[in-house]
Design a protein around this ligand. Structure first.
Ligand code: ZN
Length: 75
């Protein structure tokens, strides 16, 4: 297995998917789920507008960039 770094991309916005889960929109054009599903995934900051605003410009690793995936469509 080849070691590699995952690209890190800044969060530029958010939307919700059809199930009500929050999705971060990254600067590269890819979307990434940021689920709050305790006790497995704890992201309480996604649950408030202030928390989401505070997460803007935060970096998330983007595997879709690593894979060369085309940008996601946004609602
Ligand atoms: Zn990406």
């Amino acid at each position: 297995m080849r070691a590699r770094l995952t690209m890190e991309r800044a969060i530029v916005g958010f939307h919700r998917d059809e199930h009500g889960h929050w999705v971060a929109q990254l600067a590269c054009g890819h979307d990434q789920h940021v689920r709050h599903d305790p006790p497995w995934q704890n992201r309480p900051w996604t649950q408030t507008a202030a928390g989401r605003a505070g997460a803007l410009a935060r970096l998330l690793p983007c595997r879709q960039c690593d894979d060369g995936a085309p940008p996601d469509a946004r609602p």
